[in-house]
Write a new protein. Structure first.
Length: 268
């Protein structure tokens, strides 16, 4: 039997749940403008829009920001109140941020301002314990921000389709997740199929990072921070032909991290 007091408590809890503010998610892309590369930009926007729309459907209050379209300081200010951050894909990172040289094979356009701003975001997230997910370039930004390096061009193989229109560049391949990884728990197993489209990869791991997944050729496909709620995946869970559950499960994991962080702050 539910007592009157118990009923009131349950009603109060229900009311609190109704009025709990939506968690705020900052989806940080490279830029919202690529007038010189319309086909590439259109492909990137399909991917980034999926992250934003799936997050909104999952109950997040989403803001999208082009890191190259604002100053690094303005990017930090615009994301100060974010409960979590997703750094999505895009162009190669400017080599000077990881001690590399220009002139490498298949080098893309660089957005140094975006690199600087996103690197600062990762470092602040580690310092404050802000949950952060990096996708493709986002994983590489995490690695570089924490002192890691980048293999500037990997052999053509399973990680992207070469010599095809941009809409066909994504390649499907297997990935094995570490049994002990948070990703394995979030995705429900250690064997998954992914879609990827990258020509660079993690070389030396950044400080505090551990490899959480590998491709069949041995390349690192995901990283996790040892103490902070920071995860990066080299593949594209937001791709139209990616397994439908991958992105929602990763966003759900991000939401759990937010909840855990909020609980720790209340307890403190």
């Amino acid at each position: 039997m539910t007592t009157l007091t118990g009923a009131r408590d349950m009603a109060a809890i229900g009311l609190a749940e109704q009025h709990r503010p939506q968690p705020r998610l900052a989806v940080v892309e490279v830029t919202a403008w690529r007038p010189d590369r319309p086909e590439y930009h259109a492909k990137v926007q399909v991917l980034n829009s999926r992250v934003a729309s799936d997050a909104a459907s999952a109950g997040w209050q989403v803001v999208r920001i082009g890191a190259a379209d604002v100053t690094p300081a303005a990017l930090l200010a615009a994301t100060t109140d974010a409960d979590a951050i997703v750094i999505v894909g895009g162009e190669d990172i400017t080599p000077r941020f990881y001690g590399g040289a220009t002139g490498y094979e298949a080098e893309t356009h660089h957005f140094a301002g975006a690199d600087e701003g996103q690197i600062a975001l990762v470092r602040r997230a580690v310092e404050l314990g802000t949950p952060l997910l990096g996708i493709c370039r986002g994983l590489q930004i995490i690695n570089v921000a924490l002192g890691g390096t980048i293999d500037q061009h990997i052999d053509d193989g399973i990680h992207r389709n070469v010599g095809v229109p941009i809409d066909e560049i994504l390649s499907t391949h297997d990935v094995e997740l570490s049994v002990a990884s948070g990703l394995a728990r979030s995705l429900g197993g250690t064997q998954i199929v992914v879609q990827s489209a990258h020509h660079q990869s993690v070389a030396r791991l950044g400080n505090g990072l551990v490899a959480a997944a590998f491709a069949p050729d041995g390349l690192v496909e995901a990283v996790e921070h040892a103490t902070a709620p920071i995860t990066g995946v080299q593949w594209h869970p937001e791709a139209p032909d990616s397994p439908a559950e991958q992105l929602p499960l990763l966003l759900a994991a991000l939401s759990r991290e937010v909840g855990a962080r909020d609980s720790e702050l209340v307890a403190a």
